[in-house]
Ligand binder design. Structure first.
Ligand code: KIV
Ligand code: ZN
Length: 391
């Protein structure tokens, strides 16, 4: 694989599914997994097999179904979890076990009541044990975002020696600033023996709204995998949004980093996940929100009608949205009204537009948004096309 390829690790079905009230059944997970495989993600994290018989079964069925992507199962750093993941992944064409342990001071002290030395031993043992089942082992250093870089580097070096192929550096609590997260990845690249033989992975949470920025900082500093979810769904404020990082890399070619994602499938995939999870994204959600390509102010509408690129940095077709929309409100100008009227078959002259526009504003002040049916009514009320026919 090229040095500039960023692998997309989708965890919608594992970290994404941890959202309260969003449980998916196996059939729904299979529909989403099939779509993710077609979308071109490199890795599908299918679940946490030890967590419940239902999750175990979902990982088994997804493993049987997926044709192209690596299928991954999550574990904690213990044999029981790893046994369950190995069994659930038995049918996967390309299986990966994702094991790990908390490495920050607070996790070591409060979660494990342990010591840094013992944590390293557990990490090594888990990787070695997982390696006895599958070749591809991803290790996560939970709360790496708040882990001292020197200790993190030591953990990374030890798990590489034990057989890890991918090192996941999660900002579990969404605490890091982009510069800080980028510097962490750079530090590991420069200070861990054997780091060039493994893939560094960014796994960022969105507690401060920085998950996407942090993931991009990570790949700019040498990481080559991003862990993300469709619509940025996930615990608390969510995970890095897949559609955002993929489009950032596509829209900034000078970064010289690309993905395998078939971007025109992004919108339909987002809709599918919203439907099955029962969670709608906000209208202003980047890339796939209902307003992402909608223009409502007069100045913007005039610009977009003249040339889409005046106010759009992406082609809507590139993310699977059929076209930009011109939303008519009381803030819209004559250009937008003429444009929408033309789409309905009314070619308004300048004089006709001068007659229709004040009536349009009267309607628009009463209604939030003017629909096609309103345009028909406004034009009828102004008698324009009737008088043309009579003349
Ligand atoms: O956020 C996190 O640290 C995780 C790990 C379990 C990978 O989801
Ligand atoms: Zn996470």
């Amino acid at each position: 694989m090229s040095k500039n390829r960023v692998q997309i690790f989708d965890t919608t079905l594992r970290d994404g599914e941890q959202v309260p009230g969003c449980k998916l059944n196996t059939d729904q997970k299979l529909v989403i997994a099939k779509q993710l495989d077609l979308l071109g993600v490199d890795v599908i994290e299918a679940g946490f097999p030890i967590s419940s018989p239902g999750d175990f079964n979902s990982v088994v069925e997804i493993s049987k179904l997926v044709k192209n992507a690596t299928v991954c199962g999550l574990t904690r750093a213990n044999k029981k979890d790893i046994d369950a993941a190995a069994a659930a992944l038995k049918y996967a064409k390309i299986p990966r076990i994702h094991t790990g342990i908390g490495t920050s001071e607070s996790h070591i002290k409060f979660k494990f009541n342990s010591t840094p030395e013992k944590i390293i031993e557990r990490a090594k043992d888990a990787v070695k044990y997982a390696k006895s089942f599958v070749e591809d082992i991803e290790f996560y250093a939970e709360d790496a975002g708040r882990t001292d870089n020197e200790f993190l580097a030591k953990v990374c070096e030890e798990v590489i020696k034990s057989g890890a192929t991918v090192l996941n550096i999660p900002d579990t609590t969404g605490y890091c600033l982009p510069e800080e997260y980028g510097a962490k990845i750079k530090y590991l690249k420069e200070n861990v023996k054997g780091i060039d033989n493994v893939i560094l992975s960014c796994h960022c949470h969105n507690d401060l709204g920085l998950a996407t920025a942090n993931s991009i900082a990570g790949v700019q500093n040498g990481a080559r995998q991003i862990e993300c979810t469709i619509n940025g769904i996930g615990e608390r404020a969510g995970n890095t949004a897949l559609e955002e990082v993929v489009m950032i890399l596509k829209q900034h070619p000078y970064l010289n980093l690309d993905t395998n994602i078939n971007t025109p499938m992004l919108y339909e995939t987002s809709q599918m996940v919203q439907h099955h999870m029962g969670i709608n994204v906000q209208p202003n959600k980047a890339v796939i929100g209902e307003n992402a390509f909608a223009h409502s102010s007069g100045i913007h509408q005039d610009g977009v009608i003249k040339n889409r690129e005046t106010y759009e940095i992406m082609d809507p077709a590139d993310v699977g949205v059929t076209e930009s929309s011109i939303v008519l409100t009381a803030r819209s100008g004559r250009a937008a009204l003429a444009y929408r009227a033309k789409n309905l078959g009314y070619e308004l002259t300048k004089i006709e537009l001068d007659t229709v526009y004040p009536e349009f504003l009267n309607y628009a002040d009463d209604k939030k948004e003017i629909e096609d049916v309103d345009i028909h009514q406004i034009i009828k009320k102004c008698n324009i096309f009737k008088s043309k026919i009579e003349a």
